[in-house]
Design a protein around this ligand. Structure first.
Ligand SMILES: [Zn+2]
Length: 298
C-alpha cells in the first residue's frame, strides 16, 4: 500500500517559496530556504508517526549536581527581571528546572506532552498544562520569564510558537531557548550521522542567524546569543549510529561522557578558564554545539 505524505511548499520561517533539498540529508527530508537559509523538514509527520515516536521517548531523572548548579546560574540571570514572579517552562520534561525555580520562590508553570511530566510537576506544586503551548492558557503579559530547553526543534511551526510566547510574556520579560546548532562543527563533520538529525523527532534546525531572525521578527531584542561546547556524548552516539550500533548513552544523564568531562573541568580553575575561552571562540565563530538564545520582549 503506498502512502502519500503532506509536505510544506513554503518556508515555515519566512514564507518564501524557493526551497532546496539538502544534498545528503534526503532520508530526513531536509530542505533549505533560499531566502532566509532556514533548514527544516519538508515532510509533515502524521499523528500516528508522532505518537509512535514519542511513546518510546527516553527520559532521565538522573541529573548531576552540576546540572542543578547550571539551572541555578541561569535562574540568577533571571532575578533582575522578576516582577510578577511567574516563570513558564515549555516542554518541562522531568521538571527539575522548575523545581529549582520554586525553591527560589517563583510561581512555576510548565507544559509538556507527556502525562508523567504533568504528574511530576503537579506533585511539586507546579501549575502544569498538557499538550502544545496555547496562548489562551494564560493571560497576556503574564510571565516574567519563559524558558524552553531543547524543544523548539521538535515543532514545525516556529512562528506560532514564538508568537504565543510573545503574547504571554510581559514587556521587558525574558525568553531563553536552547537547541542544537545546525552550524556546529559536529554537524558539519558528521553530516547525516550527526545524531541531532532525526525524523520525526527534530523538525526545525537552527543556526544563530535563523534564531535571531525568528526572535526579532516577533518583537524581541537580543540580550545574548551563544553557541557553546563540543558534545562528546553526541559525537560518540553519532559514531554508534553511523556504525549501526545501539546508542549507549542518554544525554541528560550523570553517567554520560559529557557529564564526567564537565565535572572534571569544573574541579580545576585553569581548565575552567580554558573552557570559557574555548566557548567564547565557538560563539564568535558560531560553530559551538548548543545554541543558547536570551532575548527580551520589547
Ligand atoms: Zn525562509
Amino acid at each position: 500500500m503506498s502512502v502519500s505524505f503532506e509536505s510544506f511548499e513554503l518556508c515555515i520561517l519566512c514564507g518564501h517559496h524557493h526551497l532546496e533539498p539538502m544534498i545528503g540529508y534526503e532520508s530526513c527530508y531536509l530542505v533549505k530556504c533560499r531566502s532566509c537559509k532556514f533548514v527544516f523538514v519538508q515532510r509533515i509527520p502524521t499523528e500516528p508517526e508522532l505518537i509512535e515516536h514519542y511513546s518510546r521517548y527516553p527520559r532521565s531523572f538522573d541529573v548531576s549536581d552540576l546540572t542543578i548548579k547550571r539551572y541555578n546560574q541561569l535562574l540568577d540571570t533571571f532575578e533582575s527581571s522578576r516582577k510578577h514572579n511567574r516563570i513558564l517552562d515549555v516542554g518541562a520534561g522531568n521538571c527539575l528546572f522548575l523545581i529549582e525555580a520554586t525553591k527560589r520562590g517563583w510561581q512555576a508553570y510548565g507544559t509538556d506532552f507527556g502525562q508523567s511530566a504533568v504528574d511530576i510537576g503537579t506533585q511539586h506544586g507546579i501549575n502544569m498544562k498538557q499538550g502544545k503551548l496555547s496562548a489562551d492558557w494564560y493571560p497576556a503579559n503574564y510571565f516574567d520569564v519563559v524558558t524552553t530547553f531543547e524543544t523548539i526543534e521538535h515543532v514545525n511551526s516556529p512562528n506560532l510558537e514564538i508568537e504565543n510566547i510573545q503574547k504571554i510574556l510581559r514587556p521587558g520579560g525574558l525568553v531563553y531557548l536552547t537547541t542544537p546548532n545546525f552550524n556546529s562543527i559536529e554537524r558539519r563533520t558528521m553530516k547525516i550521522n550527526y545524531n541531532a538529525i532525526e525524523y520525526p523527532e527534530h523538525l526545525s534546525y537552527y543556526s544563530p542567524h535563523s534564531m535571531n531572525y525568528l526572535l526579532q521578527k516577533h518583537g524581541f531584542e537580543k540580550v545574548s546569543l551563544q553557541t557553546t561546547g563540543v558534545s562528546l556524548t553526541r559525537l560518540k552516539t553519532s559514531l554508534q549510529l553511523k556504525n549501526k550500533q545501539a546508542m549507549t548513552e542518554l544525554f541528560v544523564s550523570k553517567e554520560s561522557t559529557d557529564e564526567r568531562l564537565r565535572l572534571n573541568i569544573e574541579s580545576n580553575k585553569f581548565k575552567l578558564m580554558m573552557k570559557n575561552m574555548a566557548n567564547s571562540l565557538l560563539t564568535f565563530l558560531g560553530i559551538g554545539n548548543s545554541l543558547k538564545a536570551l532575548y527580551r520582549k520589547k
